[in-house]
Design a protein around this ligand. Structure first.
Ligand SMILES: Cc1cc2nc3c(=O)[nH]c(=O)nc-3n(C[C@H](O)[C@H](O)[C@H](O)COP(=O)(O)O)c2cc1C
Length: 213
């Protein structure tokens, strides 16, 4: 087990970087962000993992197809955790500190069918966001990552042909920002940015006026 990492004022808790929203939204949504400073000394229990997976379970999906699957990598099978870490791109090396890695998979087809489910990827995203929101609510960090070697993951973890790996999710407890290199530290402190709603939502059709209060 690595040395205990002290919790300091610079620990990147969910509350450390709330979204500055134009309208009031649920606190847990504003507090969700993709932190990279994860405390390597604090384990995430199997009960905590099961809880976030339960949140994913209750996501809505087209035809209730539930096209998501999750592979779980933790200290219970250290070789698999090492192999999962080795699938991550170099830019995601910060995630090696996470005691748990999840890998979301999509079943591209309707259950027990060879017909493609065109909304499958959408629904995996919905399930993973539910998972992340539950994690924030439980005081955990959940950070999704597309930066990984998908072909390698498929082979290493015997992922069936009808499924595709979608995203790794680093799960852990928030840690001090000092764990990160200078560049990443700066990114963690940078203002969080989003397009305004009126540039994403339009009344009456494409080209309609942007939605405002
Ligand atoms: C599907 C997906 C893939 C992502 N891939 C990565 C990644 O490989 N590495 C990383 O550091 N962050 C990754 N992110 C995090 C995004 O960069 C982050 O969600 C975005 O910048 C918005 O910031 P926020 O989540 O803190 O609000 C990913 C997020 C999603 C949803």
């Amino acid at each position: 087990m690595p040395d205990e990492v002290p919790v300091t004022a610079d620990t990147m808790t969910p509350a450390a970087r709330p979204a500055v929203t134009d309208r009031p939204i649920l606190k847990v949504l504003a507090q969700r962000w993709s932190a990279r400073a994860i405390d390597p000394s604090r384990a995430v229990s199997r009960a905590q993992v099961t809880t976030v997976l339960e949140a994913a379970r209750w996501a809505p999906s087209s035809g209730n197809a539930q096209p998501w699957r999750y592979l779980v990598f933790d200290a219970s099978v250290p070789q698999a955790l090492d192999r999962a870490r080795a699938c991550l791109s170099r830019g995601n090396a910060w995630a090696y500190r996470a005691p748990v890695l999840l890998l979301s998979l999509v079943d591209r087809y309707w259950p027990d069918s060879d017909d493609l489910n065109p909304r499958a990827l959408h629904d995996v995203g919905a399930a993973s966001l539910s998972l992340c929101i539950q994690a924030v609510s439980d005081g955990l960090v959940a950070h999704q990552m597309a930066g990984f070697d998908s072909a390698l993951a498929r082979v290493r973890f015997a992922i069936p042909d009808r499924m595709d790996p979608v995203a790794f999710i680093a799960l852990g407890h928030p840690g001090p920002i000092d764990l990160l290199d200078d560049r990443r530290r700066e990114r963690e402190r940078a203002p969080r940015r989003r397009r305004p709603v009126q540039q994403s939502a339009f009344v009456g059709g494409w080209g309609g006026s942007g939605v405002t209060a």
